[in-house]
Ligand binder design. Structure first.
Ligand SMILES: C[S@@+](CC[C@H](N)C(=O)[O-])C[C@H]1O[C@@H](n2cnc3c(N)ncnc32)[C@H](O)[C@@H]1O
Length: 226
């Protein structure tokens, strides 16, 4: 995946995205937002907000900033905000998640749903999420990771060369991802019965320079997110 491929892919998807990936991925969105335990007046950044399908799901007493690299996806999000009068949405901006314009420590929590396997350099995404989040804040991710099921893993391997076309890399390995990014995991759980989608909650208390190649210990809750 490179940025041009991502933009081209999501330009194609924009008008039909909600139809294809709306209800199908809602369980993960709802579980993630519930797990954030948003408090009144918290300022939250949603990275790769896309069509803004998650925006109505947040409590309306927080402030949400959304960014996405696809102007066409954001057009749909802007319309949703206007149509549904989502006053808790502070702003939606076209911005590269790997190189954000925000000052350090701008947000209480930073969330990226179904984005980590779409961006060209996931480690830059995580590094930026960490930078713009307050030191005592939380990073939340929902993503598909490589399946341990032989057949599904076979399908992922077949799909891998078509990552640019389908719009995401299908076989990112979870423990490698956690280790490579030095994530300080609070918990990891499934958001669907088959365990295709994982919800990862992390403390934002490891500086990038402290990142190690050794996987930090984390609790993997195999139960489905409530
Ligand atoms: C699979 S969609 C997920 C959209 C939304 N989070 C959801 O729950 O449906 C991935 C989104 O990430 C965006 N994206 C990919 N790379 C990006 C980047 N480098 N910076 C910002 N957004 C990016 C895409 O444009 C797309 O809208």
């Amino acid at each position: 995946m490179n940025l041009k491929t991502v933009k081209d892919t999501y330009r194609r998807y924009a008008k039909v995205y909600d139809l294809i990936f709306g209800a199908a991925l809602d369980a993960g969105r709802k579980a993630a937002i519930r797990a954030m335990h948003c408090a009144t007046d918290e300022r939250i950044l949603e990275v790769g907000v896309g069509t803004g399908i998650s925006l109505p799901m947040y409590p309306h007493d927080v402030q949400i900033v959304g960014i996405d690299i696809s102007a066409e996806m954001l057009d749909v999000a802007h319309k949703r905000v206007a149509d549904q009068k989502l006053h808790h949405v502070e702003s939606l901006r076209v911005m590269d998640a790997e190189q954000m314009d925000f000052p350090d420590q701008s947000f209480d929590k930073v969330i990226a749903m179904y984005v980590a396997s779409v961006v060209p350099h996931p480690e830059r995404l995580i590094s930026e999420m960490r930078r713009v989040c307050k030191p005592d804040g939380e990073l939340i991710l929902v993503n598909h990771f490589r399946s341990s099921h032989r057949v599904i893993n076979g399908v992922e391997a077949i799909l891998r060369p078509f990552a640019g076309w389908i719009g995401f890399t299908p076989d990112v390995e979870l423990s490698q991802f956690v280790a490579d990014n030095g994530l300080d995991v609070i918990d990891i759980r499934d958001t669907d019965f088959l365990g295709h989608w994982k919800l990862i909650r992390c403390r934002n208390n490891i500086l990038p320079t402290q990142t190690t190649a050794t996987p930090p210990s984390f609790q993997h809750t195999s139960r489905q997110a409530a």
